[in-house]
Design a binder for this molecule. Structure first.
Ligand code: FAD
Ligand code: SF4
Length: 507
């Protein structure tokens, strides 16, 4: 019986469940670059190029392994423009008796796959995505009935399940979490090794040309494209991270530096999320480095927690919270996203730096996303759906299942605390402590009210004041509310007036 196996652009793993039991003689694998996926938001050019090039290389890998592969490029004149259209074309050409696909990573595509059978008239088998540690049902079982969905407890379950950094039932080193050792600022370090850059090969060069021609108006630049697009190169990036950066990953995890966009981060999210790397393999490689004495426990535990803790947790939350999660707006924020999110043209040096780096690299590290662009949007009361859309567009690792809970839940607190315990709101003081951005900024992070006052300061207090009714019972905010109460009436008034005038100019 011949079957058609549909493989989506973030399913580029030889272990993907849809490949189980494929008959290389009879079955045909289908990969297709379609406009519907390339345009449902205006993705960063580098994101589109990365995914298309990785898909083309994966198709080659599959052909070399003896599979029959049908591949449609985005500029193929017969391209039907959607998964359903391309499956229909393949059904007409091949006449398969059944279709098989691994479940989609987001609600939008899930619903398209569920209507595929009716649309093309061939039975469709949708298999679970086994690349995650916790199934959607397991996460639901863990989450249901809990008062609070604290990530830390979920993470411990994942440590027990995988045995990573475990000694019997106990965590290696006697503690589950070494974050207390991981919150240092960083100094510029000219001797820091350089992150691996992969030169584009002929396939990638062709993709870059096509993306520039078809998506010239999209956000960002294609210049200096250096992503790995094959499993082999992604593994080289992983090895170089483990050897050169993992030992210092923990210590500088929360730091931000003007001319060092990557610091000791791994730059592996692109590859893990698209399927080029397996999340558990990456964690095991980091764990090995610890056991071989090549990286300290605080770094390795911190790194593994990001993957088997935060990454898995975010995916669990995405499916558990349901398709309406995107509509959450706890603070009722309605302000449109300021134009400088698309250009980086603002006098706030922290914002300008992170946005410019995002335009260049389709990347910003976690603290830049959370405490600079995310923090500003939260303090300024930007519509969380607009913020979500921006994050989905501008980062090459952005897929809704991981981006949405990070933005709506963690960064914008738009779910009112479903995911996090308090909003990640901070004044210029925090940014000054954790980065060197303020030194060359037009504004002064220590000033609250003067001409040169850092806008984050008045915005921070205004955020707390205007959302007091919603936040005052949160014990984690007791200290800032106590500080606000200690300020004189005049200062409070002036801070709110300063914020109002800044926000009026923003609009
Ligand atoms: P490292 O700092 O080296 O971390 C190692 C790995 O841990 C990452 O590769 C990633 O797989 C995982 N990880 C770390 N933090 C998280 C997290 N909070 N959620 C899920 N996985 C995590 N991550 C995405 O993959 N896609 C997104 O679209 C995305 N959007 C985000 C939006 C906001 C507002 C915030 C605050 C975070 C977002 N993250 C997203 C999480 C995190 O910022 C990125 O995973 C990380 O910056 C990727 O860079 P890296 O590979 O160098 O990570
Ligand atoms: Fe950002 Fe304020 Fe520092 Fe300028 S002074 S870089 S606006 S935190």
């Amino acid at each position: 019986m011949s079957r058609l196996i549909l493989i989506l652009g973030d399913q580029l793993s030889p272990s993907i469940s849809s490949l189980d039991g494929v008959d290389k003689e009879q079955d045909t694998l289908l990969l297709c670059e379609v406009m519907a996926e390339a345009t449902y938001v205006g993705h960063h050019k580098k994101k589109i190029a990365f995914i298309f090039s990785a898909m083309r290389h994966f198709a080659e890998e599959l052909r070399e392994a003896g599979y029959r592969v049908r591949y449609t490029t985005i500029d193929d004149e017969d391209n039907a423009g959607s998964f359903t259209g391309e499956v229909r074309r393949a059904v007409t050409a091949i006449d398969p008796l059944a279709i098989c696909v691994t479940e989609a990573g987001e609600w939008r595509v899930k619903s398209e796959l569920e209507s595929l059978e009716g649309a093309v008239g061939v039975p469709v088998e949708i298999r679970p995505d086994t690349r995650f540690l916790a199934t959607q049902d397991e996460f639901r079982d863990w989450a249901e009935g809990r008062k609070s969905l604290t990530m830390e407890y979920f993470y411990r379950e994942m440590r027990r399940k995988t045995g990573l950094l475990m000694q019997g039932d106990e965590p290696v080193g006697g503690r589950w979490n070494f974050d207390a050792e991981n919150r240092n600022p960083a100094k510029p370090d000219l001797l820091r090794p350089k992150h691996l850059v992969v030169e584009p090969d002929e396939i990638t060069k062709e993709v870059l040309g096509t993306v520039e021609a078809l998506f010239s108006k999209n956000f960002g630049t294609l210049k200096n494209f250096g992503f790995a697009v094959t499993r082999k190169d992604a593994e080289r990036v992983m090895t170089s991270f483990i050897e050169d950066f993992l030992p210092n990953f923990g210590a500088t995890q929360d730091a931000m530096l003007q001319d060092d966009p990557y610091l000791n981060h791994s730059l592996l999210s692109f590859y893990i999320n698209s399927g080029l790397l397996d999340a558990l393999d990456v964690c095991k490689a980091a764990e090995r480095a610890y056991h071989e004495g090549a990286a300290p426990l605080n770094a390795v535990e911190g790194f593994i927690r990001q993957i088997i803790g935060w990454r898995e947790y975010m995916r669990g939350i995405y499916w558990f919270a349901g398709p309406d999660y995107v509509e959450r707006n706890f603070f009722g924020n309605e302000r449109p996203l300021p134009g400088f999110y698309w250009t980086g043209k603002t006098h706030m040096n922290c914002m300008a730096t992170v946005i410019r780096e995002t335009m260049e690299n389709a990347y910003a590290h976690h603290i830049q996303r959370l405490m600079i662009t995310g923090n500003f949007a939260l303090l300024a009361g930007i519509d969380p759906k607009a913020v979500h859309q921006w994050y989905l567009e501008v980062y090459a690792d952005a897929y809704e299942w991981v981006e949405l809970p990070n933005v709506v839940g963690m960064s914008q607190f738009a779910d009112g605390g479903f995911l996090g315990t308090k909003p990640y709101a901070a004044s210029g003081n925090y940014i000054n402590r954790m980065s060197d951005y303020c030194g060359t900024c037009r504004y002064d992070p220590k000033e609250r009210l003067g001409e040169n006052a850092c806008p984050f300061n008045a915005l921070y207090w205004d955020f707390l004041a205007r959302n007091r009714d919603k936040l005052k019972s949160n014990h984690r905010l007791a200290q800032p509310y106590a500080s606000w109460a200690r300020m004189s009436e005049d200062v409070r008034h002036d801070l709110r007036a300063k914020a109002a005038s800044f926000l009026a100019r923003l609009s």
